[in-house]
Design a protein around this ligand. Sequence first.
Ligand code: SF4
Length: 164
Amino acid sequence: SVSNILISACLLGRPVRYDGKGKPLVHPAIDRWKAEGRLVAFCPEQAGGLSTPRPPAEIEGGATGEDVIEGRASVIEKTGRDVSQAFVEGGRKAVDFARAHGCAYALLIDGSPSCGSGFIYDGSFSGGRHPGLGVTAALLRRAGIEVFSDREIEALAARLAEGT
Ligand code: SF4
């Protein structure tokens, strides 16, 4: 059967990012999947109850989404507010949403403390980055959903060609 793809809503241009903007990914595969009706847009930070625009947030102390899920680290807004609970709740909703919509794959924007899968920022709000998963990417992967970053769209297209 043909699987759907959960996609970061901002990658489809929806104005849901912390700065109130989208970040549309322009690629022929996006147009194709859109035409096939396979793209399911979701923003875990909005689903977790955060408003838009909102202060930027990073996972503190060079930790990862896995650490946040396990309660070993927090997601902190630049203003100092702890938003870990909203991030975890949004990530759990993303898993439920993906399952409800038949998504075996997710295409998520890299670098986000929610959606990042190749890298995330280190919590210093100074541009430092390190390899690691954001909170939603980690929860989706735990749920068995294959996560690809926006920089891996070719790999996702190849995976779909072989797997479905
Ligand atoms: Fe985009 Fe994900 Fe951030 Fe929402 S949480 S704005 S979908 S990167």
